[in-house]
Design a binder for this molecule. Structure first.
Ligand SMILES: [Zn+2]
Length: 297
């Protein structure tokens, strides 16, 4: 099907000449796929529909055919959520020191950095949302599967403390494969550390909105992601602690098809709302207004 589509395209698609030159120009016998510049088309991983990447980006990376919410990295998430101006990043240079000298960890970290252009799996900072100042933390699944090591935990904790001190609402977008095993117990400790900081924030009267994006699992799901005063998820997002296979093997039972999806979690009381990506920003602004936190709480 993929091949047919590109062959059909060849009849009428015009490709700018400089792109052809860059790819070495068309030649007989080459696979048709090479004539389509890299990244021009995208395929939905759920329904297989192929569409222009630019159109998909305009649609906030939600498949127009089936509504599947594709993953956004942290920078994309910030761009579609916050007001365009005025984001100030915190602790942008903080990096892990590989405290256990775990074999291969340092080089893997380096790989992740060059692949993503980011230094860790979370970006934290202060911005505004519909004019309301907020402290935000946005996790990045592209970096090390969004795993939480000591830097992720420390940056989140500092963001929570900043929100406590400045009396600003807190917004965390989670996505994570769990704790970063290369940092062992130091990773697991971050669950307690972030939760303790959030407890102090809650005691001071702060509003914390947790947004679950696909997938949010392991130590992150079992700590700060589940501690929001309001917990929202994107449609279809996987949200749970252990993976489906592990649970099925343990309890020796087949789990429902929609197990751990946002919709399943909503039905079972684990979430407050499931919100389409196109309505996420306006929903968050409405919640901030409802809680009247413009001038601090
Ligand atoms: Zn689709």
């Amino acid at each position: 099907m993929f091949k047919d589509l590109f062959q059909k395209k060849r009849k009428y698609a015009t490709i700018p000449s400089e792109r052809l030159e860059r790819s070495g120009g068309p030649s007989e016998g080459e696979r048709p796929k090479r004539e389509i510049p890299e990244g021009l088309m995208s395929k939905c991983s759920k329904c297989g529909t192929i569409q222009y990447s630019k159109e998909l980006e305009k649609n906030l990376k939600v498949c127009p055919a089936c509504g599947h919410h594709m993953r956004l990295n942290a920078l994309e998430r910030i761009a579609v959520t916050l007001d365009p101006e005025g984001f100030i990043e915190f602790d942008s240079e903080m990096t892990s020191v590989d405290p256990l000298q775990f074999p291969g960890y340092a080089s893997k970290l380096e790989q992740q950095r060059s692949k993503t252009g980011q230094v860790e799996a979370v970006i934290t900072g202060q911005g505004t949302l519909g004019g309301h100042p907020v402290i935000v933390a946005v996790m990045n699944f592209e970096f090390f599967s969004g795993s939480m090591g000591s830097v992720v935990g420390e940056k989140i904790t500092r963001a929570v403390e900043e929100a406590t001190e400045k009396k600003l609402p807190l917004l965390i977008f989670s996505t994570s494969g769990g704790a970063r095993m290369q940092e062992s117990i130091l990773s697991l400790m971050q669950m307690a550390k972030t939760s303790a900081a959030l407890a102090r924030f809650g005691e001071s009267g702060g509003l914390y909105i947790s947004v679950i994006t696909d997938p949010t699992t392991g130590g992150v799901s079992a700590s700060f992601a589940s501690l929001g005063d309001i917990i929202i998820a994107e449609p279809g997002a996987v949200f749970g602690f252990a993976g489906r296979i592990v649970i099925e093997q343990t309890i020796r039972q087949k789990l429902p098809d929609d197990f751990q999806t946002a919709e399943f979690n909503l039905q079972h009381g684990q979430l407050d709302l499931v919100v389409h990506r196109k309505e996420m920003r306006s929903t968050l602004i409405k919640l901030l207004e409802l809680h009247d936190v413009k001038g601090g709480f």
